[in-house]
Design a protein around this ligand. Structure first.
Ligand code: CTP
Ligand code: CA
Length: 226
């Protein structure tokens, strides 16, 4: 059996990723979260490390092992993820936002477990979280910034809108409503957009897809930094 060594397209490049879901606490025993497994982000972290990058993985709570040679920073909430990213972003050359960050979190975290009452309805007020990838892309000396877009409809339209609005260098969009791909699956397909190009990465295992996406990222990164 022959193994081809992954080409060192990212030799010595400092690359940071976010991955997994975030958890937004309601009280000491409850939180709001989503179905992200972290598999795509972890596959990207492993592939980037194999391509020679120095990888920092800022991760929400997931049931995955840290890939070999990758520095992992654990966080829970969107606010914590934002702080962990901002703390170190000035040292990074590539940033990939793969995390499924909660858009909103409870305005107040109850100090004690919220008790059931005789009322049939319970209203929880939410407040908007910081947009991590938009804040990274808005910085001076920003790294090559890649976002993801999880959509259930109008994939290309919403992805291109996010690319522009968040001033990203690239966006990888997936249709999370499609069968056997996206959230919690081992497979995914991606539509990738950058300011003057587009390509489709067909349904594949997330590990294979990660290598393909990173090859594209490396090409565009080296192109824009020439
Ligand atoms: N993202 C982020 N911080 C947030 C929300 C999103 O960094 N608070 C990043 C995600 O990691 C992803 C990209 O932004 O790379 C797009 O996330 P998505 O949820 O698709 O976009 P939103 O702008 O939140 O729009 P919406 O959820 O309304 O589609
Ligand atoms: Ca969102």
């Amino acid at each position: 059996q022959h193994f081809t060594a992954p080409s060192q397209l990212l030799a010595g490049v400092k690359l940071m990723l976010t991955a997994g879901p975030t958890r937004e606490a309601l009280d000491p025993v409850r939180f709001i979260s989503n179905h992200s497994s972290g598999k795509m982000g972890y596959a990207l972290a492993a592939a980037a490390q194999q391509m020679g990058a120095e990888v920092t993985l800022v991760s929400g709570p997931v049931a995955l092992a840290t890939p070999n040679g990758v520095t992992r920073i654990n966080v829970e909430s969107a606010t914590q993820m934002h702080a962990a990213v901002m703390q170190d972003i000035k040292h990074q050359q590539i940033f990939i936002a793969c995390a499924a960050v909660a858009d909103y979190s409870p305005k107040q975290i109850a100090e004690h477990k919220i008790k059931k009452t005789s009322q049939d309805a319970l209203v929880i007020e939410l407040t908007k979280n910081p947009d991590i990838v938009a804040d990274v892309a808005a910085g001076t000396n920003k790294p090559f910034t890649v976002g993801f877009a999880a959509e259930t409809q109008g994939v290309a339209h919403y992805a291109q809108d996010k690319l522009k609005r968040k001033k990203l260098d690239m966006i990888a969009a997936n249709n999370v409503a499609a069968q056997n791909q996206g959230f919690n699956s081992d497979h995914n397909a991606l539509s990738v957009f950058w300011p003057n190009g587009h390509t489709e990465l067909p349904l594949a295992e997330k590990t294979t897809l990660a290598t393909h996406l990173l090859t594209l990222i490396a090409e565009q990164y080296h192109d824009t930094n020439r």
